[in-house]
Design a binder for this molecule. Structure first.
Ligand code: BTN
Length: 328
């Protein structure tokens, strides 16, 4: 197991380049037969490894299997990364770890596939295999729910920055915390947590992020196909990215921004809601309003249908743009 883990890290580090069996055996302090066996196990796990006599082993440039080793190599040791090829919901599992294992801040779960991905307001989140990135990050913040409301906005900016860095693509942010590309939703964020009734302080917060990187080969399901999009289109048709690198960038940006007390400027600059007629969804009730602007604390200033001014706070409501009578 130790050989397999270290070998994964070495192959990921040298992705696209041959390393000889001899060099690997020396680095891992084991026999060349042990290397050969571990390579075969990795191939069984789906890794595309090219073996050539006298040259050694090479992990293909297009290899895109999520792993702790590949994500951690971009990060420092303060993070505890757990990778699953499939899971019920990264949020649910991390919340359980927060309570039963007392996992610390910096613990993250990344998965390739979710059987029961959860969205906001009790909805499900479509999380197919091999085309997205589903991750949750644990925080043990100071303060109450109110003190931590800005985290929702900071999470959206963390995704914005990470995607820009890894792909060069600039997404739009839709208040509260959806990310859009070419008019379609490509990322949703679900923040959950637990507060102490005695102290009023947060015990933990789990921020879950789901990104459609590629469009599934069979397309999106009927119920979301007019709304959902992807960053890169179908994997078979074009550009590829390293999802491990993207996961590590999101994790780093997220924890950096979570420490900051001022709202990241991109949240306002890239927000598509101000200036639009909107639908305000407040529990079961929906009403019309006009979005004026995003305030410094990330709240949304609106004008209600009767002309009165109001401010929407994260966690209370969600908005839909309405100016072409389209629900997006
Ligand atoms: C939404 O748009 O309604 C929020 C979607 C949040 C989805 C992510 S995927 C990772 C994490 N685990 C979940 O079950 N949900 C969040």
């Amino acid at each position: 197991m130790a050989v397999k883990k270290t070998l994964t890290a070495l192959l990921e580090e040298n992705k696209g380049r041959f390393i000889s069996g001899e060099e690997l055996a020396e680095k891992l302090n084991c026999s060349r037969t042990a290397i050969w066996k571990a390579v075969n196990q990795l191939k069984e796990d789906g890794y595309e490894i090219i073996s050539i006599k006298n040259k050694g082993y090479k992990l293909s440039e297009t290899s895109d299997i999520l792993s702790e080793e590949a994500i951690s190599r971009y990060l420092d040791e303060k993070y505890e990364i757990n990778v699953f090829q499939e899971i019920t919901s990264t949020n649910d599992v991390l919340k359980k770890m927060a309570v039963t294992e007392h996992s610390p801040q910096g613990t993250a779960i990344v998965s390739d596939y979710q059987l029961g991905g959860k969205g906001r307001m009790g909805r499900s989140f479509y999380s197919p295999k091999g085309t997205g990135l589903y991750l949750s990050m644990l925080l043990r913040p100071d303060g109450s729910v109110i003190d931590n409301l800005m985290l929702t906005a900071q999470s959206a900016v963390a995704v914005y920055r990470a995607i820009k860095k890894v792909t060069g693509i600039e997404l739009s942010i839709k208040w509260v915390n959806d990310l859009y590309y070419n008019g379609r939703k490509i990322c949703g964020i679900l923040s959950e947590g637990q507060a102490s009734m005695e102290s009023g302080k947060m015990e933990y917060i789990v921020v879950g992020i789901g990104i459609n990187i590629y469009e599934p080969e069979e397309g999106f399901p009927e119920d979301i196909k007019n709304k959902a999009g992807s960053i890169l289109g179908k994997r078979s048709e074009g550009q590829q990215i390293d999802r491990n690198e993207l996961a590590s960038e999101i994790i780093r940006e997220f924890y950096d921004l979570a420490e900051k007390r001022t709202l990241a400027p991109e949240y306002i600059e890239k927000n598509i809601v101000p200036g639009h007629d909107i639908l305000v969804i407040d529990g079961q009730k929906v009403r019309n309003a006009h979005a004026v602007g995003i305030c410094k604390d990330g709240t949304l200033e609106i004008i209600e249908a009767d002309g009165s001014k109001n401010t929407l706070v994260f966690g209370e409501v969600s908005v839909r743009i309405n100016d072409k009578n389209e629900m997006i």
